[in-house]
Design a protein. Sequence first.
Length: 262
Amino acid sequence: MKWDCVLDKEESSLTPYCADIHIHTVLSPCGELEMGAPDIVLKARQEGLNIIAITDHNSALNFPAVFKAAAGNPVVIPGIEVQTAEDIHVVTLFKDYNTISDFQLWLWQRMPGVQNRPEVFGDQLVISDKNDILCEEEILLIQGVGYSVDEVAIEAKRRGGLVILAHIDRPSFSYPAVLGPIPSNFPADALEVSWRCFPEEVEALQARYPEWTFIRSSDSHWLKSLCIENSSTFLLAEPSFDELAKAIRKEDGRKVLAPWPN
């Protein structure tokens, strides 16, 4: 992946890392059954991705499987794509599984009890690192929790998480589509633009939200879209959650290099 920038002296000690921080597994009912733990890891390695985040809908139960399958290559960050009460998708990332598990417990205090119908919505499989089926999640994951988008963002930040408004270019399940323009003081760290977005659309979004960091992620529900062309490149000291957070916030020389430098 190429980027158009010149590194200063401080930044020359840092290294570009490719990251895709919005990936679904077989736990998400809209995800294909090919999105198993070893399959995701193998595809990420083949694509040269250094960091991936597992961000199933309203649950982090398949993070351990992918984390174990990866064994550090690539680095796997725990995440949840929250569907808020307004039906806005928010990608939340955390440093470790204990923190995201506690966040999920908070989230599920207001999770509706609607049952999944696999024949309608798809399977919701909790798996091992070898793709053994451990159980099926019975509660439908693709429904809004009983927290507003502001409440979700504030709580995630309170727990040290990263908050990314998902696919803001989409006509559904995005902040602009549901509530209109994003307030400049909204407590998010970055705005995600989908890989389907045309360059002129991205330019218009950047002009509208000049204060924000923009990233691209695959939002993969199938392996074909899990590719380096749908990722972002970050300048980091090492591939880790803390370094990624610094890059998104443009701290200590860390930053986004591509596709849209911050």
